[in-house]
Design a protein around this ligand. Structure first.
Ligand SMILES: Cc1cc2nc3c(=O)[nH]c(=O)nc-3n(C[C@H](O)[C@H](O)[C@H](O)COP(=O)(O)OP(=O)(O)OC[C@H]3O[C@@H](n4cnc5c(N)ncnc54)[C@H](O)[C@@H]3O)c2cc1C
Length: 388
């Protein structure tokens, strides 16, 4: 952050910090135990309900939703500082709603869709997911084959999506499909809103992932939708989808700062207590260099994230910056979490410590919202163009 937060914003960030320490961290043990027994990294309904009630009471709700739909319209800088705090714990929790789909809806929803979908979503009363990836098109989504064909006054959709998160709890699915295969990302891809009880839609299978996560393979078999289910303009779905991906990529930068800071804190505490060969681990230069490099990289990454957030708040195009942040942040956090695990010895390898979930979570983050290699390709392309 190049400028300090306004007082009222700092108060919200401090409130979140307390919420994380007092409400979320005490649940970590139960979350780890369920994951170690093969379950999901998720809260039970009994754990989640009081947390939701509490954060609603505290006003930690609809934080970046527009004021017209009852939101607080916080700037990106504050949202990302909040994200950093939230992700310093392995207890999975967000202040509703999840921002990326909200921003896609804000950009593309019609007035009717705003009332039917965006308003309840913004107020945390509805959940959603987004289906982009396919078995043959993930890192390069413009190659998607799921086809939407116009028949009379309906769209008929056929295809298959995979690796989609949060499907079973979703009240609606944002589905990306090709409406003009010849045009690809430039005019050929359209976003649709699909309700889960639409005939022809079904979840084919649940796929267990690292860090106790789950994704889903989805089938769309002659799914028929009216024009009212087109999100945005026909053929113009790629731009609002990119907006959504950019919001998540910035969030992931903050998330990685939070995870790395947690690992660094644990490493510092542990190494100042543990003695080997008659000396504290923290007195060894090998360990001090991990700590120094970790503190330096976290600082650099936090500045990158805040710069990205300030640019986003100024309305600049931050797609390349978001790619840089995503690559740097995920790789930085992976390295620091790994060194922190190493400093704990066998204890760092156990599923009784948060490290296992942190390290698997950051490993996932190098793939979703685009693999690091694809982001490097994008960054290199733009950099080469700048110097052409
Ligand atoms: C936990 C998780 C949650 C997800 N949630 C969702 C979701 O909610 N909705 C959704 O639609 N999708 C979701 N995905 C899918 C995710 O976005 C894709 O997996 C990702 O974009 C990569 O696509 P792919 O798996 O098809 O890999 P591919 O595109 O086949 O790439 C495989 C590998 O090839 C390499 N590679 C690819 N292109 C290049 C290149 N140009 N240069 C160099 N190397 C390259 C990279 O190493 C890459 O990792 C999720 C994935 C995960 C892991």
């Amino acid at each position: 952050m190049t400028t300090p937060f306004a007082e009222e914003h700092q108060m919200v960030i401090d409130l979140v910090d307390r919420f994380v320490r007092e409400e979320l961290m005490p649940l970590e043990k139960a979350v780890m135990a369920r994951e170690a027994a093969g379950g999901q990294v998720a809260l039970t309904a009994e754990e989640e309900a009081p947390l939701l009630a509490k954060c609603r009471d505290l006003g930690l709700w609809a934080l970046d939703a527009p004021e017209e739909v009852g939101g607080v319209a916080l700037p990106t800088t504050v949202m990302l500082a909040i994200q950093e705090k939230l992700k310093s714990t392995i207890t999975p929790f967000i202040f509703p709603p999840d921002s990326p789909n909200l921003h896609m809806l804000m950009e593309a929803a019609s007035p009717e869709q705003q009332i039917k979908y965006m308003q309840p979503y913004a107020q945390g009363e509805a959940k959603s997911c987004i289906a982009i990836s396919e078995p043959g098109a993930g890192g390069d989504p413009a190659q998607m084959k799921t086809r939407a064909v116009r028949e009379g006054d309906e769209w008929v959709i056929n295809g298959r999506k995979i690796w989609v998160s949060n499907v079973p709890k979703s009240d609606f699915i944002i589905l990306m499909a090709t409406t003009d295969p010849g045009k690809g990302a430039r005019g050929g891809i359209t976003a649709f809103i699909v309700e889960p009880d639409t005939p022809g839609f079904f979840i084919e299978r649940e796929i267990p992932m690292l860090a106790g996560a789950r994704t889903y393979e989805l089938v769309f078999d002659d799914v028929r939708l009216k024009d009212s289910q087109v999100l945005g303009e026909v053929g113009q779905g790629f731009a609002p989808m990119q907006t959504r991906l950019t919001v998540r990529r910035l969030e992931m930068g903050a998330m990685c700062v939070g995870m790395a800071e947690r690992a660094l804190g644990m490493m510092c505490e542990h190494t100042q207590q543990r003695e080997t060969f008659g000396q504290k681990l923290s007195d060894r230069q090998a360990i001090q260099w991990w700590i120094a490099d970790a503190a330096t990289k976290i600082h650099a990454c936090r500045l990158m994230v805040m710069d990205g957030a300030e640019r986003q708040d100024r309305g600049e195009d931050v797609r390349t910056v978001a790619s840089m942040i995503k690559v740097f942040a995920t790789e930085m956090a992976q390295e620091i979490i790994d060194q922190a695990m190493q400093s704990f010895g066998a204890m760092g390898m156990s599923r009784e410590m948060p490290f296992a979930i942190l390290s698997e979570r950051v490993r996932l983050a190098r793939i979703y919202e685009g693999p690091s290699e694809v982001h490097r390709m994008v960054i290199a392309r733009r950099t080469l163009r700048d110097y052409a």
